[in-house]
Design a protein around this ligand. Structure first.
Ligand code: AMP
Ligand code: MG
Length: 419
């Protein structure tokens, strides 16, 4: 009987054909072109869109000097020593200014946000004042100019408050509204078509027969693309047949800026997919020195950018977040933001073989001393989608790493900001 000889594994550090994650990302960036067309949208519709031009302030914020406290407005020359009395001559409410004079020895009752009377420059908090009819007595240490927000303190006239390429958040919507701006120019949305490949795949509602499974990749892809504000075109499941695949790819490339497929790019499958894609466009089949997500097809079909992601559900998500998401952001005209990484101590041992960069699924948590720690989600198989569901971060382990002991610091990429 022939002896079992182990084949060179995916983890083989001598694998000369492998691309690093960085090399793959750089080649993807090289091939894409950001969208240039734009549209005007009402502010509420603009959430999640990318600004085509900077937002420039047409006014000062705040528009007038105003009180930061409920209290009494006075002129600082009347602030005499530790304790002094003043006569209240009026009241200023937010939106209802006091327009009269304020003479020496006088003050105005003032509410938070109310415009400062012309003769006043300082506000005493009401808690530091004793009131007797219209006479107030100030006590305690006070400072000239305190508790006043100056006109233009937050934003000056003509300030560029948000740059082109900025993706509009809820805070930005408030900021833009505070300038009285009701419409913004944003980049047009990307159109992304995707489908799953695999004879074993069935859609929700179908009955599973022996050897069949439900297609989950179309749902994770749909969710991840929606979070990116892309216009999605779900083309369903396509069987592993050359003619059907070719037709689906041609249709997708004709209708979308980006085409994403899952499955059918691993070693055995890739041969006929490769041959077929060669007829349609310029597509490279990469082996990336990463886990999960080693096989990846990338290139162009017609004018559309093409990503052939691996079939395993976790590989789809990892390759999407590491390659597709940054590429789509760049294509959508969004400015580059390096993803935030953290250094955190792992409280569990992490198993790993050298050779590939790994994106293990982790859980960041606070231990009993209130310190941030991380542990893995357990089994790291690329088919275990639940590992993504329970995780709140990736634990990044570089190619040379040969396992990590508990108590060691590791690099973590929190999902917050990613998803
Ligand atoms: P493949 O890359 O096509 O060889 O697929 C690798 C593994 O992922 C196989 O176990 C497939 O059954 C599974 N797989 C492929 N596509 C999907 C999908 N859309 N949903 C769930 N599992 C899938
Ligand atoms: Mg398949």
């Amino acid at each position: 009987m022939a002896e079992f000889t182990p084949q060179p594994s995916c983890a083989d550090p001598q694998d000369q054909q492998s691309l690093s994650v960085e090399q793959a990302r750089a080649q993807i960036y090289d091939l894409l072109t950001p969208v240039s067309s734009w549209q005007k949208l009402a502010l509420r519709e603009a959430l999640g869109h990318v600004l085509h031009e900077p937002v420039v302030s047409p006014l000062e914020v705040p528009p007038h000097n105003n009180s930061a406290m409920d209290g009494y407005a006075l002129h600082n020359r009347d602030m005499q020593g530790e304790s002094y009395s003043l006569k209240q001559v009026g009241i200023a409410y937010a939106g209802q200014p006091y327009n009269g004079k304020v003479e020496a020895g006088e003050c105005v009752r003032i509410m938070t946000g109310a415009m400062m009377p012309a003769d006043c420059d300082t506000v005493i908090m009401q808690e530091h004042v004793a009131v007797d009819g219209d006479i107030i007595t100030v006590h305690g240490e006070q400072h000239a100019g305190q508790n006043v927000r100056m006109a233009g303190e937050d934003i000056e006239l003509g300030d560029s408050v948000l740059p082109a390429g900025h993706r509009i958040s809820p805070a930005d919507m408030g900021l833009i509204a505070s300038l009285g701006i009701g419409e913004v120019r944003v980049k047009r949305r990307l159109r992304v078509a995707f489908f799953s490949t695999g004879d074993e795949l069935r859609s929700i509602g179908d009955t599973l027969e022996a050897g069949q499974i439900y297609d989950s990749n179309r749902y994770t892809l749909y969710g991840m693309l929606k979070r990116l504000d892309a216009e999605v075109l779900d083309m369903g499941v396509v069987p592993d047949e050359k003619a059907a695949l070719k037709q689906a790819l041609q249709q997708a490339a004709a209708e979308a800026d980006v085409v994403i497929t899952s499955g059918g790019v691993s070693v055995g499958d890739a041969d006929y997919v490769k041959e077929m894609l060669a007829e349609l466009g310029q597509v490279n089949f990469w082996k990336i020195a990463m886990k999960p997500g080693r096989p990846l097809a990338f290139g162009k079909i017609g004018n559309a950018l093409f990503f052939g992601l691996p079939g395993n559900p976790v590989s789809v998500m990892v390759t999407f977040y590491q390659f597709v998401q940054p590429a789509l952001k760049k294509m959508a005209g969004e400015n580059d933001h390096p993803l935030p990484l953290m250094q955190v101590i792992t409280d569990s041992k992490i198993r790993k073989r050298p050779g590939r960069f790994e994106f293990q699924r982790g859980i960041l948590f606070e231990n009993e001393h209130g310190e941030l720690r991380v542990h893995t989600t357990g089994q790291q198989g690329s088919g275990i989608l639940r590992s993504m569901s329970v995780a709140n971060c990736f634990i990044l382990l570089d190619e040379d790493c040969a396992g990590i002991d508990a108590g060691t610091t590791v690099t973590v990429q929190p999902f917050a900001g990613l998803v």
